[in-house]
Design a protein around this ligand. Structure first.
Ligand code: FAD
Ligand code: SIN
Length: 536
């Protein structure tokens, strides 16, 4: 075994809200190493706009937040998990505030609570329209000031280390697989090293880039889910991909700029090009219906009318309120010649959030020993078939705290693994491969967007699977003969995540939550194969 191998007590993959908050919880109990593949603050967290849901004042109550979460989840949430997360929310908000995150208050000094689709009360704490940026700022500042935490940025986790790397045969039914750490590619030097850890937290976020249009930044490539699946860990609920109804319509611009649902909470309404408030035809909650319903309705309107986008009408929101509460959205719109005080904002749905992921229990433990997961890469049971808006930052905080308690309690009883080989260097750099990687990325995004989007069918899913299998074969060949690179690893991970989404979607023989198939219409709805929806 290489004597130079780095050894840490707590290893964390990812520096979003899940990874950072976990680091702060465990740091007094051992040596912490956080690896993150890009700049330290680059994450989905940084771009969160609307805020974080928690019950703070009456007339709101835990019961109402639980009810709204269960309704949005379309009968697939794990009710015990929902109750637990919502009950622990106020304590986790206190943590965030103690770490220095600032939330907007009104003139009376109470939190200025926002509202989003599917919420029956105003319960969303926010910092203007850039809540995630504020949370990420505060947490990174805290992490920097802790002597036990080392952050390795521009380090890419390639594979988690298990018995497999010690040359032991494991199959899916093996009673126990252990996580001993990860192989990490330093993207500045091109060198790959093993980092051994007593416990590892996967906090690698979402996978929005598996679709052609997403609100997620480039880092969201499903690496954690792919690594865990390859290591024979369990994943679940992958068919439930959330499309945000209102991404700014700006063809060719990636990531798509989000137009927060909080604007609809403040009175903005969706309109067709002809000015009709079409959402009222689909749901009595209109523009504030849960996201799956709104995104599907927009998709349908676009297919039926042939239009490129629908519009968000914010003109009835007071000008000063727009300026003070949504300054970033206002600035972005003005920068492209749209004045939301007078003009409608063109919007389209875009891939936004992965509800499924690595299966974890109530302590964030995955099916692989000493590997936990929290945040968007984890499937906890909170979201069921469709996540309620602003419940994900909350879920990440609650599960990171629970995982930290478990890890702290175990840490002294875990030893480092031995006989871990160095990364098997293979392949040669070939510039030609770069072109193939870029093209293959576009192909997978096209396959997923065309056949596995908001509205699916058996035929579309089969077609997607057939095409993905070709891409998979080609990419695995390339992986075997080429020098390791982030772009190739990400492509490989996206193909695997795409496969998991398709596989789960094919297994679900019904329309539920975010998974909608024209072959299994919901009772009371007739979905025409042209894509037009009639409700009865
Ligand atoms: P992230 O914040 O995405 O962090 C993942 C980290 O893992 C990153 O640092 C990344 O670089 C790193 N990483 C990934 N792969 C690797 C690898 N192979 N090796 C090393 N590092 C790796 N949710 C809400 O609750 N409220 C909102 O208002 C809200 N608004 C949103 C707005 C936008 C535009 C987006 C995109 C999402 C929004 N969400 C919102 C969702 C929410 O932001 C995310 O679900 C949440 O921030 C995820 O946190 P995380 O820590 O799990 O992952
Ligand atoms: C938004 O601000 O609309 C996004 C909120 C979320 O994804 O939870």
């Amino acid at each position: 075994m290489n004597t130079e191998i780095r050894k840490v007590d707590f290893l964390i993959i990812g520096s979003g809200i899940a990874g950072l908050s976990y680091a702060l919880k465990v740091a007094s109990f051992g040596k912490v190493c956080m690896i993150t593949k890009s700049d330290q603050d680059e994450s989905n967290t940084k771009y969160a706009q609307g805020g974080i849901a928690a019950v703070t004042y009456q007339p709101d109550s835990f019961e109402k937040h639980i009810h709204d979460t269960l309704v949005a989840g379309d009968g697939l949430c794990v009710e015990e998990v929902v109750k637990m997360v919502i009950a622990e929310a106020p304590e986790r908000i206190k943590d965030l505030i103690e770490w220095g995150a600032r939330f907007d208050k009104n003139k009376s000094g109470d939190f200025d609570l926002g509202k989003e689709g599917g919420h029956s009360e105003n319960r969303i704490l926010h910092h203007k329209d850039n809540t995630g940026w504020e949370i990420e700022r505060a947490l990174i500042e805290q992490v920097h000031s802790h002597p036990n935490i080392e952050i390795l940025d521009h380090h890419f986790a390639v594979e988690i280390i298990t018995e497999h790397h010690q040359g032991k045969y494991i199959n899916s039914s093996s009673p126990e697989i252990n996580c001993f750490g990860v192989y990490v590619l330093n993207t500045r030097t091109g060198l790959t090293e093993a980092i051994l850890a007593k416990t590892t937290l996967m906090a690698s976020g979402g996978a929005g880039n598996v679709y052609a249009s997403t609100t997620n930044p480039k880092i969201a490539t499903g690496d954690g889910v792919a690594m865990v699946y390859r290591a024979k860990g369990r994943v679940a609920d992958m068919e439930f991909i959330q499309f945000h109804p209102t991404a700014l319509y700006e063809p060719g611009v990636q990531p798509a700029f989000l137009i927060t649902e909080a604007l609809r909470g403040d009175g903005a309404v969706l309109r067709s090009a002809a000015g009709e408030q079409f959402m009222l035809r689909y749901d009595e909650r209109g523009s504030l219906a849960p996201r799956d319903i709104v995104a599907r309705a927009i998709d349908n309107e676009l297919k039926v009318s042939g239009a490129d986008c629908v519009y968000l009408d914010c003109t009835q929101i007071d000008e000063t309120r727009l300026k003070n509460h949504f300054p970033n959205i206002l600035a972005k719109c003005l920068s492209i010649g749209i004045n939301p005080n007078t003009d409608f904002i063109p919007v389209v749905p875009a891939c936004h959030y992965m509800c499924g992921g690595i299966s974890v229990d109530e302590y964030g433990r995955s099916s692989i020993k000493n590997l936990m997961a929290a945040g968007e890469c984890a499937r906890t049971g909170l979201h069921g078939g469709n996540r309620l808006a602003s419940n994900s930052l909350l879920e990440a905080l609650v599960y990171s705290e629970r995982a930290s308690n478990y890890a702290i309690a175990q840490i002294n009883s875990i030893s480092f693994a031995e006989n871990i080989p160095e990364w098997d260097i293979k392949g040669t750099a070939d510039p030609e491969e770069m072109v193939l990687i870029t093209q293959s990325l576009k192909e997978i995004q096209a396959i997923m967007s065309n056949y596995v989007g908001i509205v699916r069918s058996n035929v579309r899913l089969q077609r997607a699977l057939d095409r993905l299998q070709i891409l998979h074969r080609e990419t695995e060949n390339m992986y075997r003969r080429t020098t390791l690179s982030t772009s190739l690893c990400e492509l490989r991970n996206l193909i695997l995540v795409g496969y998991l989404i398709i596989k789960a979607a094919r297994l679900r023989k019904e329309s539920r939550g975010l998974h909608y198939s024209i072959d299994y219409p919901r009772p009371g709805e007739t979905l025409l194969r042209t894509g037009s929806l009639e409700t009865s």
